[in-house]
Design a protein around this ligand. Structure first.
Ligand code: VG1
Ligand code: CO
Length: 547
């Protein structure tokens, strides 16, 4: 037992949307990581899923700097806290979706996933810990609140005194009576993908010239992509780029967007581009999809995947429902309508999809931030989305741009962009939100840049399954005709505050379906500035990242 006191500045971040994210140096402070891990064990630990042989804990991460050190500490603490078994990915590696699957498959009471997702890695960069519950999904708000409350009162953490275990060799070791199994991080996941998708059809298409490029961004998906894309599906060796996980992701941000995956984007705009370009983030839960000469927005990708999912064996029976986060465009709504199935609009963060997935009300879910997934696990899943695209393209034998054009001709097109203002000082970011919040009641009926506001509110969500309510989940301003702006503060940034402005314009069938997004959004951007005054209040003339 080690005596401790609550760590400050813990209050700096609630373990919200995606657990606790801080600089590595913060995590390296005495008692810091331990206090968080012990708080998890005290509020949601082994007692919550114990079997005769003791509860199982899954642990693994995206391979970033500090991953191995924290895993060793988790093992020592799990043994002292009464777990019966720890499952850990070889080399400390487990992608977020693979961890979700392992938790479910082996009946674990939960898992610790060590990642700061798309944020950079290295001694001076970011680290993170999130806790997933027995359903394989991110801890729901009641659990994260309990963990957070415990961090404020914690006075001791428990660990056994043992040397590090060998994380690189598959096999079982014993730590103070608890068994530690080092497992192949890829095998179970790859087997599940073979069940869901038509691998023979993809292999046949590859044989006949179907090509792709996958950028693993030196992050966790490298080993998964090598095994599945190159080995099992037969894409040429070298189709996977940056496939070796590095502690600092090669000095880049493992964020699969048009800024950080620029090399892939440029490749896909060349005449000799492969048929599909894709990338995934640090922990493997996000995806970027680019066809030859044709970027697909994540919101459109969700809609296009939902409209064609029945072509994959795992979804041949059809979809029970589609769920999207509120800032995600309404493209998927039109698909749900055409399929005659429900569409759920949830707050940002995958945990809100969990209850719908658990009771079978939604089959496919997605977020505008490049997260897409289904009921096969309880996390978004980057490679799953890539494989569903491959399956659809291999069966239909059309290009991504043909599929997109066909989709818009049938459903209309939602032009969409997200503007991120990063590392703002917290006060000015909060001033923007406060200003718009105060203005909300008076906005309907007013016009800006030629656009008239229909409704304006702060999004509040009541979970249709468990009845829990989450308020203040983003400000939305809806214009006459279906265009929309949404504003919210990020819950995952690690420096200052990040403000996100989401812009969406709908063009119905027969309208301008082949225009350039910036042209289509110009008035909306002007209206957003008039309403929110971002430039005026933050001093930023332009966003840092446009996706
Ligand atoms: C961001 C995204 C959100 C996503 C979350 C976790 O949150 O916008 O859609 O669920 O990251 O994704 P925020 O609060 O910064 O907007 V990941 O890939 O970090 O697990
Ligand atoms: Co991620």
């Amino acid at each position: 037992m080690i005596v401790t006191t609550p760590t400050t500045p813990f209050a700096g971040q609630k373990p919200g949307t995606s657990g606790l994210r801080k600089k590595v140096r913060v995590f390296q402070q005495a008692n810091y990581a331990e206090n968080f891990i012990q708080s998890v064990f005290d509020s949601a630990g082994p007692a919550s899923g114990a079997t005769a042989t003791g509860a199982t804990l899954v642990v693994g991460g995206d391979g970033r700097y500090h991953n191995r050190a924290v895993i060793q500490q988790v093992i020592r603490m799990a043994a002292a806290n009464g777990y019966g078994r720890v499952l850990v990915g070889q080399g400390g590696i487990l992608s977020t979706p693979a961890a979700s699957q392992v938790i479910r498959k082996y009946g674990a009471s939960g898992g610790l996933i060590l990642s700061a997702s798309h944020n950079p890695g290295g001694p001076d960069e970011d680290f993170g810990i999130k806790y997933n519950t027995a359903n394989g999904g991110p801890a729901p708000e009641a659990v994260t609140e309990a963990i957070y409350a415990r961090t404020g009162t914690i006075d001791r953490w428990l660990a056994v005194d043992t040397p590090d275990i060998d994380l690189d060799t598959i096999g079982t070791a014993e730590v103070a009576g608890m068994s530690v199994e080092v497992i192949d991080p890829v095998a179970d996941y790859a087997a599940l993908m073979e069940e869901l998708f038509d691998f023979p059809a993809i292999r046949k298409a590859v044989h006949e010239g179907f090509t792709m490029a996958f950028d693993a961004m030196h992050a966790v998906t490298g080993p998964y992509a090598h095994e599945i894309l190159e080995k099992r599906l037969g894409f040429a060796a070298g189709s996977v780029h940056n496939g070796t996980p590095l502690e600092d992701f090669g000095g880049h941000h493992p964020d699969p967007n048009l800024v950080h995956a620029r090399v892939l984007y440029d490749l896909m705009m060349l005449p000799e581009a492969p048929a599909l370009g894709a990338a995934s983030d640090g922990d493997g839960d996000r995806n970027l999809i680019i066809g030859k000469g044709c970027f697909v927005t994540p919101s459109d990708s969700l809609a296009m995947l939902a409209a064609n999912a029945h072509l994959a064996p795992g979804y041949a029976r059809g979809l029970a429902g589609i769920a999207r986060s509120m800032p995600t465009s309404a493209a998927a709504d039109r698909v749900a309508e055409a399929l005659g199935i429900p569409l759920f609009e949830t707050p940002t963060g995958w945990k809100f999809f969990g209850s719908l997935l658990d009771v079978g009300r939604a089959t496919i879910c997605g977020e505008e931030s490049a997260g897409t997934g289904s009921d096969h696990v309880r996390e978004k899943d980057g490679l799953w989305a890539v494989l569903l695209w491959l399956n659809i393209l291999a069966v239909r034998r059309i290009s991504v741009s043909e599929l997109a054009r066909e989709h818009w001709a049938r459903f209309g097109r939602n032009y969409y962009a997200r503007h991120d203002y990063e590392a703002l000082d917290t006060a000015s970011a909060e001033a923007v939100i406060a200003g718009v919040t105060a203005a909300l009641p008076g906005l309907p009926g007013q016009s800006f840049a030629g656009l008239t506001i229909a409704t304006a509110d702060s999004f509040s969500y009541t979970d249709p399954v468990d009845g829990s309510t989450s308020a203040n989940q983003g400000l939305r301003v809806l214009f006459v005709g279906g265009s929309r702006i949404v504003l919210r503060l990020s819950g995952t940034g690690t420096e200052g505050a990040t403000l996100r402005l989401y812009l969406e314009r709908y063009e119905a069938v027969g309208g301008r379906l082949d225009a350039q997004t910036p042209d289509m959004l110009a008035e909306l951007i002007a209206a957003a500035e008039a309403i929110a005054g971002i430039a005026r209040l933050t001093g930023r003339a332009a966003p840092d990242v446009v996706t």
